[in-house]
Design a protein around this ligand. Sequence first.
Ligand SMILES: Cc1cc2nc3c(=O)[nH]c(=O)nc-3n(C[C@H](O)[C@H](O)[C@H](O)COP(=O)(O)OP(=O)(O)OC[C@H]3O[C@@H](n4cnc5c(N)ncnc54)[C@H](O)[C@@H]3O)c2cc1C
Length: 394
Amino acid sequence: MPLAELPILIVGAGPVGLSLALALARAGIRAQVFEALPELSAEARASTFHPPSLELFAAWGVVDQMLARGHRVERLLYWERATRQLVAAFDYAQIAADTPYPFRLQLPQSQLTRLLVPALEESGMVTLHMGHRLTELVDAGGHIEASFATPDGVGTVRGAYLCGADGSRSTVRKRLGLSFEGLTYPDRFLLVATDLGAAALFPGLGPVNYIFDPYEWVIILRLPDLLRVVFQVRPAEDEAMITRPELVRQRIERFLGAAVPISIKSCALYSTHQRVAETFRVGRALLLGDAAHINNPAGGMGMNSGIHDAHHLAEALRGVCAGGPDSLLDDYSQARQTIALERIKSYSDENYTALTLQDAAVRQVRNLALRAAAADPRQARAYLLRASMLEERI
Ligand SMILES: Cc1cc2nc3c(=O)[nH]c(=O)nc-3n(C[C@H](O)[C@H](O)[C@H](O)COP(=O)(O)OP(=O)(O)OC[C@H]3O[C@@H](n4cnc5c(N)ncnc54)[C@H](O)[C@@H]3O)c2cc1C
């Protein structure tokens, strides 16, 4: 089969793999997506969509469905846990002239993937194969071959290029022999989904709250049908105990300072890392999303930057399919690796550091700086452009 007639193979039907499939479909390029799980993942993880991602989903024709399902957040709040005092409130109205979507959208990634699938089916350009786990890949020079373990045995598929969107433990990255240098943070994140109406107990809470504390910071996010509470978990805490329901309940009550009736809908503990693959391209194989780079979740940039990868990779593949130079794919690799290393890594690390500061004097400087920035429209705009990944549109 001539190369131009071969599909693009995408490994992984997470938010990034499916976004790439949709971007390719909109560019008139056929793709096949292979997902190891029998069903799309129901895992909670990402829930924050920043304005540049919403702009991409608008171009791909699905933003209205996202807006209808998600929760718009127009203010970003920072608090001190001990005093329950508001440190700073940033109003997204400050970036109204910078984007058609001047807000954060809270929508679980598992809902995004479920609304992307019908759009892919309607496009007629994408086939989704569930229960297909990539085991091997061979770059044959003129094309690429991938083997998948399926419930019916092992099958091999030929494609023009293979895009690894198979998450942080990427088989594609490992088969390519690429290093994934970086660090693992000492603290872990405990994600608890509850039906709690926390505003009544912690007056003034908004839909997105970062609550500073030198011993146990907390993030509270309102999602369409639940409240997500994220707790810092220190290294010394015993992993086997952390997610026990009675201890989770105690942790919430300690935070609220009262015993309250709470229904805990789900609870999961995550280690967090900061790692970037040594390259995002080897021959006909490319990496994107968590397969290429991971960062700590403070500020909600991991999935968003993966969605931006998907856009840039689809553009590069479109150029190559239209007869452009193969070096467009090297440009993709270099540009996105630079963004991951020089921007996403430092932004998410800054967000994390702000949460974890210990020294009282340094904490006060942080609070004064945030308060001053929020009160000054020029500084508030600059702050929100950065927090929204709009600064130079990363
Ligand atoms: C606690 C927490 C909160 C977070 N919050 C945010 C947030 O608010 N905003 C944000 O931007 N980011 C956030 N992130 C990061 C975000 O979850 C990830 O960046 C995002 O899920 C990456 O998407 P992905 O599609 O690249 O990978 P994944 O979501 O991991 O999807 C990879 C898919 O590939 C499949 N797969 C794996 N191996 C194979 C194989 N061999 N063959 C076939 N398929 C395979 C998997 O089953 C999976 O479905 C958060 C992360 C954590 C841990």
